[in-house]
Design a protein around this ligand. Structure first.
Ligand code: NAD
Length: 308
């Protein structure tokens, strides 16, 4: 990746969802300061997804305009992503960069979780990101240019007590991104996913003040800025953890595994006997797709019988 000294976004139209506060606000301010036209989307509800207000988005738009930047507000829920992209097209003619950032929490133990807690989280994070990307996609395809950032979470990658709904939605963002990357790459549509950590109203109730002051949302912005810039021509379908000044890529690891003969000796006890190999990460692979099942079947066929 060869980049100019200062990354700029002149002529680019950026849609940031959930840009009324937290991370989204910092993305919006950054891209506007660096020359982009920005759609500041925010539903303006509580962090649990209750209520609506135009105030959050308006304040950010006013701040951008007062500094001489270009921005318009959109107050729709991301569930209506087509309306958000319409706002971009009406105001600025197209969309080049989509930051799927809007999000809410409904933390509760799995035992006590209601269907509503589950459905709302899936609707905002998964369906919301889908709707925005789906509406932007035809513009990206036509102009052979698009950059998408989806937002996952460590909760999705590793699990987190009281967040089964959120974890499912956030890991969903990983699969969504990996497939968008595979479909979009040849049209210069690059999609990446971040698992951020930052002080915001989402984290202020679960983290002590001492920790929060070292987690500025501004410190997540530079990675996103790099990934969506023109100078990124190859980073696509990647997962990053970012926060507190730390930026790192995350990838899948596949154990060497056991190969069992595929005949009637392939029993549960044969699997148990091979357990150490199933768990053997001494010579791992870093897969970007499923195992080569046909090759494995062929190799398994050539094996001697499994031990009984
Ligand atoms: P935040 O609550 O400050 O910001 C989220 C914004 O999204 C809010 O302004 C909210 O009004 C808006 N929003 C919520 N539902 C919406 C909807 N349906 N349509 C449009 N806008 C909506 O939280 P944040 O910490 O800045 O979170 C931003 C993203 O980062 C979220 O997707 C969150 O899940 C993710 N994330 C944050 C952290 C963290 O440490 N802050 C960690 C992991 C993931």
């Amino acid at each position: 990746m060869v980049a100019p000294a200062e990354l700029r976004y002149d002529g680019k139209v950026v849609v940031v969802t959930g840009a009324g506060g937290g991370l989204g606000k910092q993305y919006a301010l950054f891209f506007a300061e660096r020359g982009a036209s920005v759609v500041v989307n925010d539903l303006g509800g509580s962090f649990k997804g209750e209520g609506t207000s135009t105030k959050a988005a308006d304040l950010v738009v006013n701040e951008i305009k007062s500094k001489g930047g270009k921005a318009v507000a959109n107050y729709d829920s991301v569930e209506f992503g087509d309306r958000i992209i319409d706002t971009a097209v009406k105001a600025f003619g197209t969309v080049h960069i989509l930051i799927n950032n809007a999000g809410i929490l409904r933390d509760i133990s799995f035992k006590n979780m209601s269907d509503e807690d589950w459905d709302l989280i899936i609707k905002v994070h998964v369906t919301g990101s889908y709707k925005c990307a789906k509406a932007a996609w035809p513009y990206f395809r036509k102009q052979k240019y698009g950059r998408i950032i989806n937002t996952a979470s460590a909760a999705g990658l590793f699990g987190s007590f009281g967040q089964t709904n959120y974890s499912a939605a956030k890991l969903g963002m990983v699969g969504f991104t990996e497939t968008l990357a595979k479909e979009g790459g040849k049209y210069n549509i690059l999609s990446n996913v971040i698992a951020p950590i930052a002080a915001s109203r989402m984290t202020q109730t679960v983290m002590p003040e001492e920790v929060l002051k070292n987690l500025k949302p501004e410190w997540v912005v530079p990675l996103v800025a790099v990934l969506v810039h023109d100078s990124n021509e190859s980073e696509n379908g990647s997962i990053f953890e970012v926060g507190a000044g730390h930026v790192s890529k995350i990838r899948w690891e596949r154990a060497k595994g056991a190969l069992l003969k595929t005949d009637d000796t392939m029993t549960p006890s044969a699997v148990i006997k091979k357990w150490p190999q199933v768990n053997d990460f001494s010579k791992p692979e870093y897969p970007t797709g499923p195992a080569d099942f046909l090759g494995l079947l062929e190799a398994a066929g050539a094996q001697g019988p499994n031990e009984q």
